[in-house]
Design a binder for this molecule. Structure first.
Ligand code: ACO
Length: 432
């Protein structure tokens, strides 16, 4: 029988704190009244051991390498579902029936275009503007272009949620393709009446006279890549979305904040860092052996990118799926990639090396996601914005949880102040 309360003793006073248990048996000590009852706050730098919310969306067990959305194992979703269906599941909590799936797909197709006035935003950017910088600005402008869907009033915004959610996913997909074309000096292409992933490939690779012809292997690999990024519990960008939403902010603005958080190299930027690492190993004529030796030095600048994770102490289940898919895709397309061979050497060496084993460092999703994007013809400079398309359903579902939580409060952590104690203002002529 598990205890229902935890006892906390401060000096000679004892406090009883309730224990909360999740549906998968995760246990937490409820600290909400700690300050009121004891005058103390919890100190947990970076919130690494803090449950900031209760959520019904995603279950993650990092020690055992388990990831489930709405109860469904990621392995099953990867095998049987596709990105759009999984997006619906993550957002609405249940797999869609055929009518719901059709209606959701219809909204995605209907709202895929970017209006002419909004397209003019692109001209304000230099041709070499970083893709993530462009994406954050353009996505935050959705709140200005569609103010009726983004009122910063939860009640009203929720009335329009069934439109705003697919609109955000579809438009962000189109914006990403436009960013690619803008940066590469290509004219914008109008979306077509195609399934989600094929429409993206058309927006990227068609030219005004020759339409992109869908290749099933490529479509399936893209669907898988996006599906595997659909949600990942309270990561940095999702927590940011929830934090911004907790102030009452609308869906588009909250998503745009999430994209800002995704841009850092420790979060969404790791996929391109992996590719740069593999390329430099290749260019130096190393098969990975020298790099592995350097990665064990403990220096942050030599880390084996795509290895280790803030919560997984086991194989990231997404990495396993994507690694196998990458192999299959290259075989089906009759291609080979020397960088994939280096990645496999690195993985094999690290998984047999005491340094990595004892620290529980295993491949994370980014170890192979860049390689699959490369096989799809997606250039490294837009890898992180691709991640943003994939993660949209998770951000949307988390925004909705905040917006519908009647007992929710604004996210407002506290701090331990360690600065100067009170002192009196010193006039300029006395400052020395
Ligand atoms: N290569 C070599 N050594 C590593 C690596 C790595 N990739 N990651 C961690 N270590 C070592 C550290 O040097 C440390 O060693 P020590 O105990 O001798 O000091 C030990 O492992 C623990 O490292 P921490 O930094 O405490 O691990 P933490 O869990 O805080 O960091 C992180 C996780 C940031 C992901 C880290 O593993 C890393 O930098 N990995 C490479 C970057 C990467 O792939 N990021 C993508 C994450 S997935 C995502 O966001 C989608």
């Amino acid at each position: 029988m598990q205890p229902k309360t935890a006892q906390l003793k401060i000096d000679d006073k004892e406090y009883s704190l309730p224990i909360i248990t999740g549906t998968e048996g995760e246990r937490a000590i409820d600290m909400r009244n700690l300050r009121k009852d004891t005058g103390h706050i919890c100190y947990d730098q970076g919130y690494g051991n803090t449950g900031s919310c209760e959520s019904t969306i995603t279950y993650l067990d990092g020690d055992n390498g388990v990831l489930r959305h709405r109860g469904y194992p990621i392995e099953q979703l990867a095998m049987f579902s596709n990105y759009v269906e999984t997006a619906y599941l993550v957002i609405y909590g249940e797999l869609p029936n055929s009518k719901q799936r059709k209606a959701f797909g219809h909204l995605l197709r209907e709202h895929s275009a970017i209006e002419t006035q909004m397209q003019r935003i692109f001209d304000g950017f230099p041709k070499n503007a970083p893709a993530m910088g462009m994406l954050t600005s353009i996505v935050s402008s959705l709140a200005a272009y569609y103010p009726e869907l983004a009122t910063n009033n939860f009640e009203k915004d929720l009335e329009h949620f069934d439109l705003a959610a697919p609109m955000a996913i579809s438009k962000i997909r189109t914006i990403v393709a436009m960013i690619y074309r803008y940066r590469h000096g290509l004219p914008f292409i109008h979306p077509r009446d195609l399934p989600f992933a094929d429409n993206f490939l058309h927006l990227m690779f068609s030219d005004p006279y020759v339409a992109y012809v869908p290749v099933p292997e490529v479509t399936n690999a893209l669907n898988l890549l996006l599906l595997l990024h659909a949600d990942h519990e309270q990561n940095c960008s999702t927590s940011t979305v929830r934090m911004v939403a907790s102030s009452g902010a609308n869906l588009f603005t909250s998503i745009s904040a999430g994209i800002c958080a995704l841009s850092g190299p420790l979060h969404g930027g790791a996929n391109s860092a992996v590719m740069h690492m593999l390329q430099s190993i290749h260019d130096e004529g190393d098969d990975g052996t020298r790099f592995i030796a350097a990665a064990k030095s403990g220096s942050k600048s030599n880390r084996l990118m795509g290895f280790g994770h803030a919560v997984y102490r086991n194989y990231d289940p997404r990495a396993r799926i994507i690694g196998t898919a990458c192999d299959k895709l290259l075989t089906r397309l009759g291609k080979s990639d020397p960088l994939l061979d280096i990645a496999k050497n690195l993985e094999h060496a690290a998984l047999n090396d005491e340094y990595f084993l004892s620290r529980k460092l295993y491949p994370n999703v980014d170890f192979y996601s860049g390689l699959i994007m490369r096989a799809l013809g997606i250039p490294t400079d837009i890898f992180t914005v691709m991640f943003a398309i994939g993660r949209c359903p998770g951000w949307i579902a988390n925004w909705k949880e905040v917006a519908t939580n009647a007992k929710g409060r604004i996210y407002r952590p506290r701090q331990i102040y360690i600065g100067a104690v009170k002192r009196d203002y010193v006039p300029m002529d006395k400052r020395g």
